[in-house]
Design a protein around this ligand. Structure first.
Ligand code: SAH
Length: 347
């Protein structure tokens, strides 16, 4: 491996995202004893080093020689804090592109919502991210970096990660799986505290199942029948609700893990009592949990959030059908950091 002399990273060679044994090989190739691999690993993943210069246990001369070698860290371009203490970050990547990450603190936890792509190709009608189009997939280390950045900024260990930021995780499945493994093994976050959310892409849930990860899989259903789903989610035209649910059933069988379903509530569109009954019918026989997400307004769409009465009524119908249900009032609304509002801009 050749020495990098600028921060214009050859992104395959950055240090973040590499395992302990890969980092050990790397230090040895650069003339250092193997134990420095362990030190590098700890400083990268536990001490959030941003440059080899930061790693004070390394010999000064070597640190200075290697100072420009890219670690793979982003820089914070902008940060806004909502009244509920949710922090939204615009992060600048090595190639100058901007992504969003969100830090969501609660009494005992710190959850990070990570992006998996710059933009999104899915173009769901109610989501701001897709409105800006799709630019590129993120590398695994660019996903891990978001978690480290939020951890460093809050000065608190991250307990949970949700892959619910910009992008469709399963459209970038290899890098997402690599990021899941690194967050689990290198950063030390329990697999059950990692949630990957997908709108569904044919064959990809099955592919994910083969890895038998102990993560939570959340599937964005959003509609109780095929016609309604197609109206809201263009990609649903090529992937029927029946096929999606079949793939979810197989996922449960292969992994032994439950699937959670997300259902956005759009007033007058999919929040009627008949939709709730139809949804309950769709999910019959599933050991599942439904997360209802009242719509968060975006400027490009004129949907409305249902009133509380409607939300309660919808919830009740699912409960009576013995479906576990919760309502997710997204955090960070005032900072435009809530579900569906991420678009890599300050407002
Ligand atoms: N592409 C992934 C992750 C998207 S964001 C997926 O589709 O699952 C996480 C959740 O926020 C998804 O369920 C998404 O549909 C939902 N969402 C998108 N726009 C929203 C909005 N304006 N209000 C509320 N939820 C929204």
């Amino acid at each position: 491996m050749t020495l990098q002399t600028t921060n214009q990273a050859n992104t395959d060679q950055v240090l973040l995202g590499q395992s302990l044994s890969q980092l050990t090989d790397w230090v040895e190739k650069h003339g250092q004893p193997a134990y420095r691999g362990k030190q590098l690993y700890q400083w990268l993943y536990q001490k959030e080093a941003r440059s080899l210069l930061d790693i004070s246990v390394f010999p000064k001369k070597w640190r200075e020689e290697m100072a420009d070698y890219p670690l793979g860290r982003s820089t914070i371009h902008h940060r806004s804090i909502a009244p509920d203490k949710t922090r939204k970050y615009l992060l600048s990547l090595a190639d100058g592109l901007i992504i969003e990450a969100v830090g969501i603190p609660t009494a005992k936890r710190l959850t990070v919502c990570v992006s998996t792509q710059v933009g999104c190709p899915m173009d769901c009608d109610f989501c701001a991210t897709g409105k800006g189009g799709f630019t590129r997939n993120l590398k695994a280390y660019e996903i891990v970096d978001q978690v480290l950045t939020v951890q460093e900024d809050f000065e608190q260990r991250v307990s949970n990660v949700v892959f619910m930021g910009m992008g469709e995780p399963l459209a970038n499945i290899d890098e997402v799986i690599a990021a899941v493994k690194s967050l689990n093994q290198d950063v030390g976050i329990g697999a059950r505290s990692l949630t990957v959310s997908t709108v569904g892409i044919p064959g990809k849930i099955q592919q994910l199942a083969q890895h038998r990860l102990q993560i939570v899989l959340a599937v964005s259903l959003h509609a109780s029948n095929q016609a309604l789903r197609e109206q809201l989610i263009p990609s649903a035209k090529k992937y029927t609700l029946d096929n999606l649910l079949d793939e979810c059933r197989d996922y449960v069988q292969v992994t032994g893990r439950r699937v959670t379903f997300e259902y956005i509530l759009l007033a007058g569109i999919n929040d009627l009592p008949e939709n709730a009954h139809e949804l309950a019918q769709c999910l019959k026989g599933f050991q599942t949990h439904v997360n209802l997400i009242p719509y968060n307004p975006i400027s490009e769409a004129d949907y409305q959030r249902p009133n509380n009465h409607r939300i309660r009524e919808f919830t009740k119908i699912l409960e009576l059908a013995n479906i576990a249900v919760s309502v997710r009032y997204s955090r960070g609304l005032e900072a435009n950091a809530a579900c569906g509002q991420l678009r890599a801009s300050k407002v």
